[in-house]
Design a protein around this ligand. Structure first.
Ligand SMILES: Nc1nc(=O)c2c([nH]1)NC[C@@H]1CN(c3ccc(C(=O)N[C@@H](CCC(=O)O)C(=O)O)cc3)CN21
Ligand SMILES: CC(C)C(=O)C(=O)O
Ligand SMILES: [Mg+2]
Length: 280
């Protein structure tokens, strides 16, 4: 595995080449694990509001939440390109979007930001790019506007809806985005969009013809049990493994088999005698 830090040109070059693997991380220890496993891009997703903070949507996530988690992740990454989500309400105007994108880079240590939306946010994406911050667009199912979309639902299912996803992706690419992420769209539509864009597409629930894939780390590892979207493959059941380990710990504490002598600090007999005497 290459250990040098990946750059935007490295990502762009993968339009021709092996698909890009992207995965979320939200803290330092997991960022190290994800980075060392060879992921190309680490996403500090606003999904942290759901899997880390227990909200039922990504809407309550603030810029402060994003910066807090992003800083921790940045400390754990040596190889991957670090992308941070612009949270709900952080791109209401160009001026505000610029300030927030710059904050994620300067304070959070992000290499790039991701903005949900399509044609309607293309001018904002372009302004962020002009300020020197690489932008990844996010089209299809955009969880920050899930209420307007009717929930966490597949997008682009009929001709009109497919045209909208296509135009959104095109608008973001034209705005200068280095990549476009497509969430929950039919695989054939994602394949067409991938062929027509010059920048790499990253899919989640968008079939295997995208230029890369992304998943939420907790879903991949089986650490989140509130729902499992159809597009998730659980590569492990760490939630179950952790529960069993902690149950063992609780049992060992109850029956005094933990801590064992090797986990305890000991004294020589003469030191103990002296100590006990002085305590009396
Ligand atoms: N843990 C987690 N994983 C994610 O992938 C994720 C988050 N959280 N939070 C933010 C959004 C929300 N996402 C979701 C959530 C649920 C579905 C889901 O259950 N979809 C249905 C299809 C519904 C329909 O089209 O009728 C499915 O069966 O997969 C999809 C995307 C993706 N993002
Ligand atoms: C699901 C991915 C694409 C995301 O935006 C997130 O984790 O917030
Ligand atoms: Mg997100």
């Amino acid at each position: 595995m290459q250990t040098r830090k990946l750059t935007i040109p490295d990502i762009s070059a993968r339009k021709q080449g092996p698909p890009l693997a992207m995965l979320t991380a939200y803290d330092y220890s997991w960022a190290r694990i994800v980075d060392r496993a060879g992921v190309d891009m680490v996403l500090v997703g606003d999904s942290l509001g759901m899997v880390m903070l227990g909200h039922t949507s990504t809407v309550p996530v603030t810029m402060d939440d994003m910066v807090h988690h992003c800083r921790a992740v940045a400390r754990g990454i040596e190889h991957a390109l670090l992308v941070a989500d612009m949270p709900f309400g952080s791109v209401r105007s160009k001026r505000q979007a610029l300030a927030n994108a710059i904050r994620l880079v300067q304070e959070g240590g992000a290499d790039a930001v991701k903005v949900e939306g399509g044609a309607e946010t293309a001018n904002i994406a372009a302004a962020i790019v002009r300020a020197g911050v690489p932008v990844q667009g996010h089209v299809g199912l955009t969880p920050q506007t899930a209420v307007s979309l009717g929930g966490f639902k597949v997008q682009g299912k009929d001709a009109t809806a497919a045209r909208k996803v296509f135009d959104d992706a095109r608008a973001l690419a034209d705005a200068g985005c280095f990549s476009v992420l497509m969430e929950a769209v039919p695989a054939p539509l994602a394949a067409e969009i991938t062929k027509s864009l010059a920048v790499p597409t990253i899919g989640i629930g968008a079939g295997n013809q995208c230029d890369g894939q992304v998943l939420v780390m907790h879903d991949l590892l089986g650490l989140y049990d509130r729902f499992v979207p159809k597009f998730v493959k659980q590569y492990a059941k760490l939630g179950e493994t952790a529960t069993a380990a902690i149950q063992d710990y609780v049992r060992d504490v109850a029956n005094r088999s933990f801590p064992a002598p090797e986990h305890s600090f000991h004294m020589k007999d003469e030191e103990l005698a002296l100590l006990l005497k002085s305590l009396r």
